[in-house]
Design a protein. Sequence first.
Length: 330
Amino acid sequence: MRPMSNGVRFGVLGVAVVLLAGVAAGYTALAADRAAPPAAKGSATGGTVTLTPGPRLLTITDRHLASVSASDPGGPRTVSTVECLRVYAAAGTGICLRPDTAWTYQVVVLDADLRPHQTFAVPGLPNRARVSPSGRFVAWTVFVGGDSYTSSGFSTRTGILDTRTGTTVNTLEEFTVIRDGKPYRNVDVNFWGVTFAADDNRFYATMSTAGRRYLVRGDLAARTVETLKDNVECPSLSPDGTRIAFKQAIDADPMKGWRLSVLDVASMRVTQTAEHASVDDQAAWLDAATLAYTLRQDDGRPDVWTVPADGTGAPQLLIPGAESPSPLAA
């Protein structure tokens, strides 16, 4: 059974905030269930989850970090005791966005053995998480409330941490913005969905302002971002750095849902994938040709799906009952 089309339900960030708030409430309501050993649930097996590079995929299963074999992703999975709402890993470094209390959240940087390396509070509801290919930089996005310039009363905060030096960008709103080749300032600027290039300096993200959403390219050293293209959200850079998977609002209207698409960075040509369900996720590249992403069933259950990045083929269920996929291959 294919997941529902959720274009209208996820069409605005405000709805997402409500849903994430529901997740937070769910953590409180299901506190007793946390005591159950994760490895005893479903198809989970014993073993140790590690972020060491190898032929495995990292996911979240029943709110816990889990790993599956890349050759048998729908098979038995190893589930840890580490709880996360969002996760990503690269080069033996992980980022976990997790609940602290019922209504507060933390960013936790994990080492290869899932030991916390750095932990700090974030002022909002977790939404996106990424790690640079080298494992040096981690990025996160949260929803926050109370910004008076937003009609819905909320906005986003996107931060970046250098795990080597401890240098932190608390919000990309501190960076200088170049829009259409000219310096740009506006109180309503928001960022989300960072993805890193291999040089540990360049990155891509989404910037919204004045009712429009842009793909931006950032420079950490220069502390600048520049707009590249309209209607690009939640970018994910391919392993070779030549393409960006993203969600493209249908008719440039998020209320109509999103189409999972791929942008050629050199030509700016867009290819739509064969996934026609509305994908409200930051897709992950499993390899140079394949994308993985989360869709939810009518009952809210998440499943990880996959589709070719070149527009061919058809979507395939990859990992049932899981979300937040991250490849661990070297």
